[in-house]
Design a protein around this ligand. Structure first.
Ligand SMILES: [Zn+2]
Length: 350
């Protein structure tokens, strides 16, 4: 029986040479471990041997078994090691390869201006309010002192959706909405200051400085003792923050249906600092926004008492500010989303 065990081992050694894969080797291991394997067949006959032989066969049997299993185990480990080495080789990083350039997006110049102006007014205690671009004729015009048929409506060529709804021509619609809302509250102290921004639409001719769609920031403050001096201080402060500390403003009388008095605000030219150049048409000044004291009639139209409260208001063209701030010549650049144009604003607003 010892001889048979040795034969089994030799047979195994021959056989195992042809087993190459992990799966094959594991099958082989199962084959030798199964009930009717050649090994177990020998051990089953152990009962026919004498006690001395039994001991000897037992020992040799275990040796053979261990050698077979040991060999298979080693071969499997070798394959595993080889596979792992191959895997590591495949996954090895080549640190000499140039890295992938991750492109960060950039903020749109109009958003940069909106963020900057919003921040200034938020610091001054103004709320930010959102509005709708489709507005009723009532809030876009009537409550702002432009009744149906009023000639001032011609100042703003309007896109009508139907008889009662328009694409808003200004963000001032939010002033009317906020004032009306304020009139409906029971709060005694009627103070409010808010800024809203967004798209507005006018049927202006398209040229390099006009577009049928543009962005506006509109703000107002109402309360008991709001004066023209407050308006002047607010706008001067904003312009200095937005452009530079040396920026000066001047206010020219103007007309808007919803403010009285009304004024247009100029700043000292951002290009020549007031000495005169092509951009400011040699005047040294550049028009930047419209403003005024809220017309008492508007206060009344929105359900409040003009004898008790008054307010200031202003409207800023976002594109205009962005064009001056970043030296952009054509308003269409803002809406074409040319990546080469937008990428130039990478370092602003960080
Ligand atoms: Zn100039």
């Amino acid at each position: 029986m010892i001889k048979r065990l040795n034969e089994i081992l030799e047979e195994f050694k021959e056989k195992v040479k042809n087993y190459k894969t992990k799966e094959q080797l594991e099958n082989l291991k199962r084959e030798y471990g199964s009930k009717d394997s050649v090994l177990n067949e020998v051990l089953r006959n152990l009962k026919n041997a004498s006690p001395e032989e039994r001991k000897e066969i037992g020992i040799r049997g275990n040796e053979v078994k261990e050698e077979i299993y040991g060999t298979i185990g080693e071969l499997i480990d070798k394959i595993k090691y080889k596979d792992l080495k191959q895997q590591l080789e495949n996954e090895k990083e080549d640190i000499s390869i140039t890295g992938i350039d991750f492109k960060n997006g950039t903020k749109h110049p109009l958003n940069l201006v909106i963020e900057e102006i919003s921040d200034i007014f938020r610091e001054l205690g103004y709320d930010m309010v959102a509005g709708t671009e489709i507005e009723s004729d009532e809030y876009c015009f009537q409550k702002l002192n432009m009744p149906i048929g009023h000639p001032a409506r011609d100042m703003q060529d309007t896109f009508y959706i139907n008889e009662k709804q328009v694409l808003r021509t200004h963000c001032t619609n939010m002033t009317a909405r906020m004032l009306t809302q304020l009139s409906q509250t029971k709060i005694k102290e009627k103070n409010i200051a808010a800024v809203s921004y967004g798209n507005v639409y006018r049927r202006d001719d398209d040229d390099a400085t006009h577009s049928h769609q543009f962005m506006q920031i509109d703000g107002f403050a109402v309360g008991k003792k709001i004066s023209f001096a407050n308006l002047k201080w607010t706008l001067e402060y904003m312009c200095k923050r937005l452009f530079s500390n040396d920026t000066e403003i001047r206010m020219r009388p103007s007309f808007f249906p919803f403010t009285e008095p009304s004024c247009e605000v100029d700043i000292t030219c951002v290009n020549c600092n007031g000495s005169g150049c092509r951009i400011c048409k040699s005047t040294g000044w550049i028009e930047i926004l419209g403003s005024g004291m809220i017309d008492p009639e508007v206060i009344k139209l929105n359900g409040l008492d003009p004898n008790e409260i008054g307010g200031l208001a202003f409207g800023i063209g976002v594109e205009r500010v962005a064009m001056l701030k970043y030296g952009i010549k054509n308003i269409r650049d803002f809406y074409e989303n040319d990546i080469r144009f937008l990428e130039q604003f990478k370092f602003f607003g960080e």
